[in-house]
Write a protein that binds this ligand. Structure first.
Ligand SMILES: Cc1ncc(COP(=O)(O)O)c(C=O)c1O
Length: 400
């Protein structure tokens, strides 16, 4: 007789991604014919630029359809080396680079290669939903780092110092941040680097939004600071900057022995990322870069509009994000309010009310560690943004 097969403890404790959960619910409503404005998306709404698409097609026609080296083709690694040098001034060699199935796999490889059971890993709040799950999968312990209100969303070294324990072994940084869009200034990053050195911490630095920054924000990598190159795994990829989320190419740069260990892990799990996508990514990184600027400008325009509208709504407030394509909204003044007979206990309830009563999807902050905030992605057309914000405002007017 068939018994129910029990799952490993490892997967039983995994939480499904809440960002994907709201996205799935919104898509289900759309499939039923509802006209939902989706502010949940974590990907650009633009098509992959034509030169990059063509490079993928050419790769197929030229027969680049077989396995490559596990960690990626040398030409792509060389273009990654050049791009990182241009963006950060840090020079890596090809054997310090690993190409993976998206930045997500690079992050997974890095956490698996660095974390031992019981290791504390400092994680600033709000965090991208995947980090605590990956730390836990590696049997580490997330050490959540609240950012002092006076720092206005920008992580400072003293926030980390206050949260660090005897167990702390590493730190995960994400600047520009998903979900808050906050960018850590170079001077502040310098102090964080000092703290990492003093406390002998490794750093995973997820810089996937580094090309999407606005106003006078400057992106710096913690790997730039003295002593940090040897203890940093820099993570980036082509998904966000080049509108290539479906191609699944990300990468890691770091000390050779760590990259080698990450490649071994990858060799026993997935082998090389798609050969065709690697050739497309090569074109993205080494070809014309105008498309990045065009997308960045359009995101900037939408960002200003969304922030302005949100701050004009009753009891909502949002800082102007300096990077990525999200606005992080404080809804705490709505806690305890009633809308169409529903009590709003936090952003989960508000998001559900907007989805079910106004056909608008936003992502509640509970999955990012701040349940009285929600994230709005402006990776959707200006017209849809206007419609969605109008609907949100209208429902709030019905509050009792
Ligand atoms: C902060 C952050 N890091 C990494 C990723 C993963 O990117 P990729 O599509 O390259 O796996 C995302 C995607 O949402 C992200 O927001």
């Amino acid at each position: 007789m068939l018994q129910t097969v029990s799952l490993s403890k490892r997967v039983a404790q995994l939480k499904p991604s809440p960002t994907m959960a709201i996205d799935a619910k919104a898509k289900a409503l759309i499939a039923q014919g509802r006209d939902v404005v989706n502010f949940g998306a974590g990907e650009p709404d633009f098509d992959t630029p034509e030169n990059i698409r063509d490079a993928g097609i050419k790769a197929i026609n030229r027969g680049h359809t077989r396995y490559t080296a596990v960690g990626g083709i040398e030409a792509l690694k060389s273009s990654i080396v050049e791009r990182i040098f241009e963006d950060t001034g840090v020079r890596y060699t090809n054997d310090e680079i690993l190409v993976s199935v998206g930045a997500k796999q690079s992050l997974y490889n890095a956490t698996m290669a660095l974390i031992n059971p019981g290791d504390g890993v400092l994680l600033p709040v709000p965090y991208w939903v995947t980090y605590p799950e990956q730390i836990t999968l590696a049997e580490g312990e997330p050490e959540y780092v609240p950012i002092a209100p006076a720092h206005e969303g920008e992580l400072h070294a003293d926030d980390l110092a206050a949260a660090a324990t005897q167990k702390s072994r590493g730190l995960i940084l994400n600047s520009p941040s998903n979900p808050s869009g906050a960018v850590i200034r170079p001077t502040v990053l310098h102090d964080i680097a000092r703290l990492a050195l003093d406390r002998d911490l490794w750093v995973i630095s997820d810089e996937i939004y580094n090309r999407l920054i606005y106003d006078d924000a400057v992106h710096a990598s913690i790997a730039q600071f003295e002593g940090m190159r040897d203890r940093t795994i820099l993570i980036n990829g082509v998904s966000k900057s080049y509108a290539m989320t479906g191609w699944r190419i990300g990468y890691a740069a770091g000390p050779k022995h760590i990259i080698k260990a990450m490649a071994s892990l990858q060799s026993q799990s997935t082998s090389n990322p798609s050969t065709i996508s690697q050739y497309a990514a090569l074109e993205a990184l080494s070809g014309p870069q105008e498309a990045v600027t065009t997308m960045q400008r359009e995101f900037d325009r939408r960002r200003r509009y969304v922030v302005g509208r949100i701050n004009a709504m009753p009891k909502l407030s949002a800082a102007t994000p300096q990077g990525a394509f999200y606005v992080w909204v404080d809804m705490s003044r709505w806690v305890g309010a009633r809308i169409q007979g529903r009590t709003i206990a936090g952003a989960d309830d508000l998001a559900l009310a907007w989805l079910e009563l106004a056909d608008v999807a936003v992502v509640p902050g509970s999955g990012f560690g701040m349940p009285n905030y929600f994230r709005m992605s402006y990776a959707t057309s200006m017209e849809r943004i206007e419609t969605g914000l109008d609907r949100m405002a209208r429902l709030l007017e019905e509050a009792e």
